[in-house]
Ligand binder design. Structure first.
Ligand SMILES: [Zn+2]
Length: 131
């Protein structure tokens, strides 16, 4: 862990034996941009968990690999975060933002946090409605 790691990586730290985590948002050199070099970043793991919870993942170990997507509407960004990885391993290979009225963008920490916030709010509201 370093000071520059994403807030969720810093909060979580290392909670397992084996390879150290490599934050997806600090290992590429460009501030806050998603990097292909990563391992078990807490933010990308969370995005993948949300995609899974939404039923928007697909796994093909012998072919195209694993895929996940999550739709969201944030204050600055909206669309789908689309990710690929292999099997269920810690490295997230690609992550982009795509929507209907703009060209694709690289994922940034800001975009990722807006998507996480969006789903945490959605699920919090749903919980309230059920009570
Ligand atoms: Zn991270």
């Amino acid at each position: 862990m370093t000071e520059r790691d994403c807030p969720l990586c810093r909060e979580r730290g290392k909670t397992w034996e084996g390879s150290d985590p490599v934050c997806a948002f600090t290992s590429g050199g460009l501030e806050n941009r998603f990097s292909f070099i990563n391992w078990s970043c807490a933010t990308t793991n969370k995005l993948r968990n949300i995609a899974e919870k939404l039923g928007l993942t697909y796994r093909d170990d012998l072919g195209a690999g694993s895929f996940g997507a999550l739709p969201f509407e944030g204050p600055n960004y909206q669309g789908y975060i689309v990710m690929t990885w292999y099997k269920n391993r810690g490295k997230t290979d690609n992550a982009i933002l795509m929507c209907y009225d703009e060209p694709i963008r690289e994922l940034t920490l800001d975009i990722a946090m807006e998507a996480i916030q969006y789903w945490e709010n959605e699920w919090r509201e749903k919980k309230h409605e059920q009570q």
